[in-house]
Design a binder for this molecule. Structure first.
Ligand code: G4P
Ligand code: NA
Ligand code: NA
Length: 193
């Protein structure tokens, strides 16, 4: 997606060989015009795939997910990050350990918001090693539902997240694919959408 690539080129900052800062339009301040365009782009790709719900992981996936859900005319569900296990039986939970952030949490989904006949599109801001996205797929499977695809705003193509998701049978579609980062350097490879 040209608009997202341009935004990353002009306002993104590579802090190291692995970390891209996009605080000014995705992770802290949010650009609603960009998010709305992302929603339209994703909805036009996924519109005939029978999607019944858009899932995202709090917090930075929420903005693109809500615009996409609005375009598709389906609800958006936020997978919550809880610090500990919930002992009542009405949630699905799975442990996520982020290599990128060095943190661990229980990704949580109320059983009220997934049904076996759901067809789910998962949206997230970054794909690095794919811990978070893989956790989201586990929760959808616990609910007995199907994943139509995984859509990512910024894929770090030099990390293993895409391969891991594809090896598990999921289709990944990224709007921007960063092939190399370095201080002051951001290189792209061709995106999917
Ligand atoms: P992991 O397996 O290496 O942990 O990668 P994963 O793709 O699960 O990402 C873990 C968290 O780190 C995610 O945020 C993701 O958005 C963020 N992240 C990964 N690489 C980068 C990067 O280069 N730049 C930025 N800004 N973030 C990155 P999260 O913990 O889910 O939090 P939130 O931002 O959605 O609230
Ligand atoms: Na995220
Ligand atoms: Na993030």
């Amino acid at each position: 997606m040209k608009l997202l690539e341009e935004k990353i080129r002009s306002e993104g900052k590579a802090l190291s060989e692995t970390v891209l800062k996009v605080d000014g339009f995705i992770n802290h301040q949010v650009d609603p015009v960009l998010m709305s365009e992302i929603g339209k782009t994703l909805a036009s790709y996924y519109k005939d795939k029978g999607i019944t719900k858009v899932f995202t992981i709090e917090s930075s996936g929420i903005a693109p997910a809500v615009y996409t859900a609005m375009e598709l005319g389906v609800p958006m569900v936020i997978l919550k990050k809880q610090t500990s296990k919930i002992l009542t039986g009405d949630v699905f939970q799975t442990n996520i350990t982020s290599f990128t952030k060095g943190t661990s949490y229980e990704l949580t989904l109320s059983q009220n918001y997934i049904q076996p006949d759901d067809v789910v599109l998962v949206i997230d801001d970054f794909l690095a090693n794919g811990e978070a996205a893989t956790g989201a797929t586990r929760l959808v499977e616990m609910g007995g539902a199907r994943i139509a695809g995984i859509a990512i705003l910024i894929e770090k193509a030099f990390q293993r997240g895409r391969k891991r998701l594809e090896d598990n049978g999921y289709e990944v579609r990224s709007l921007a694919r960063v092939s190399k980062l370095g201080r002051g350097l951001i290189e792209f490879t061709e995106a999917d959408l």
